[in-house]
Design a protein around this ligand. Structure first.
Ligand code: NI
Length: 168
């Protein structure tokens, strides 16, 4: 298995809309396995395939500290959401940046698991935030898109500067 390379903002590949998975086969399962490995190594709590430059609707999440509650969502759809919560979010594609973002408090999501079986999950709190954050990635959206354009420009400059410094 391989650790996948995670793209960083402002890489334009992060803006590509992911396509639905046609069939959950061994190729997809291998991508899921590699996404989990990449997530745990980072470490992070969620990763969308888009971030690894794979433009299929696949998300992996594990919000447990022990990294023992893996959740995989293929072709996820939000069936309903309500309420409001504001949480400080970060993203493996926007390293070192943490900002408060407003999201729905409760979500009900329907998806396929890595065996291709359909399931529905009703959740709230951090997991609900994480699902919404990762689903945004699949449509080419980043959490910093919720900030003002001025703030986003500052983050862009900061990350580009860090990238140049790291290359030296
Ligand atoms: Ni993210």
């Amino acid at each position: 298995m391989a650790i996948l390379e995670v793209l960083h903002f402002p890489n334009t590949q992060l803006r590509i809309k992911a396509k639905p998975v046609q069939q959950v086969d061994n190729t997809i399962r291998k991508i899921v396995d590699e996404m989990f490995e990449t997530l745990y190594k980072a470490p992070g709590i969620g990763l969308a395939a888009t971030q690894a430059n794979i433009h299929q609707q696949i998300i992996v999440i594990d919000i447990s500290e022990e990294q023992n509650q893996p959740l995989c969502f293929i072709n996820p759809k939000i069936l309903s959401c309500d309420g409001e919560q504001t949480t400080e979010e970060g993203c493996l594609s926007v390293p070192g940046i943490f900002e408060k973002i407003k999201r729905a408090e409760h979500v009900t999501v329907q998806a396929l698991n890595q065996n291709g079986e359909s399931f529905t999950l009703k959740t709230d709190g951090l997991l609900a935030v994480c699902i919404q954050h990762e689903m945004d990635h699949l449509t080419g959206k980043l959490f910093i898109d919720y900030l003002s354009s001025l703030k986003r420009q500052r983050i862009r400059k900061k990350l580009l500067k860090e990238k140049r410094t790291n290359k030296k």
